[in-house]
Design a protein around this ligand. Structure first.
Ligand SMILES: [Zn+2]
Length: 92
């Protein structure tokens, strides 16, 4: 059996199977996208579906450092929304 690839969350620094993390990726020359389907070709960074990880990454600019470019505000909003949706789903 093949081991699932693991990635490290830039918020808490814990490794988790790639599919359990959100992927944020570079896109084009300057863009950053929330790569929901993990299909983007660019450099990727990962975050848990956890509010505290998103906040830590934001405060420490971990995503910016990992991607080497600024992360626009709408991306943060998308990430926060995705965490909320995932949390709501877990609590159902
Ligand atoms: Zn995390």
């Amino acid at each position: 059996m093949r081991k699932e690839p693991e990635r490290t969350c830039v918020g808490c620094r814990n490794a988790a199977p790639q599919k359990q993390l959100m992927r944020i990726a570079t896109d084009g020359v300057e863009g950053v996208i929330f790569d929901r389907n993990h299909k983007g070709q660019g450099r990727g960074a990962y975050l848990c579906y956890k509010k505290e990880c998103v906040e830590k990454a934001k405060k420490r600019q971990s995503l910016e450092r990992a991607l080497k470019r600024p992360v626009p505000q709408p991306i943060w909003i998308e990430l926060e929304k995705a965490v909320e949706d995932a949390t709501a789903k877990r609590e159902e």
